[in-house]
Design a protein around this ligand. Structure first.
Ligand SMILES: [Fe+2]
Ligand SMILES: [Fe+2]
Length: 135
């Protein structure tokens, strides 16, 4: 089952970020597969940790380029990144407390958040950066 895969309609037209988004989708896809195959908690935790580390790197990269170029929606955009990280950390606490069903809920949250964020927020910066010659 491949429940998430890259589609060209997700492109922001800023190559460095499209490459990073592809990597995020690839990691999340592996999480879907691991979850679908009923892999153990340790496997799921490893993939989730990899995703969080890479998301942190990617968010910082986007925010740095936005700040360097005075992107007008930087603060609102940053807020969305912070909100995602806080939500995932909240899920991890629930999971550590033994609440049932967290891996599946977290997987669906990440899929919905990631794809919505790319299409609705990240795609807004494409024309802005392209106009500055950043492609
Ligand atoms: Fe973003
Ligand atoms: Fe992004």
């Amino acid at each position: 089952m491949i429940a998430i895969s890259w589609k060209d309609c997700y492109a922001t037209k800023v190559a460095r970020f499209d490459d990073e988004h592809k990597k995020l989708v690839e990691i999340l896809s592996r999480y879907f597969v691991a979850h679908g195959e009923g892999r153990g908690e340790a496997d799921l935790d490893d993939v989730m940790q990899e995703l969080l580390v890479y998301a942190g790197y990617h968010f910082a990269h986007e925010e740095r380029l936005m700040a360097e170029n005075n992107y007008p929606h930087l603060n609102a955009h940053k807020q969305q990144h912070l909100c995602m990280v806080a939500t995932v950390k909240g899920f991890q606490v629930l999971h550590a407390e033994g609440v049932q069903g967290v891996p599946g809920t977290l997987r669906n949250f990440l899929r919905d958040w990631l794809l919505c964020h790319i299409v609705e927020e990240d795609q807004k910066y494409g024309p802005f950066f392209n106009a500055l010659g950043i492609e």
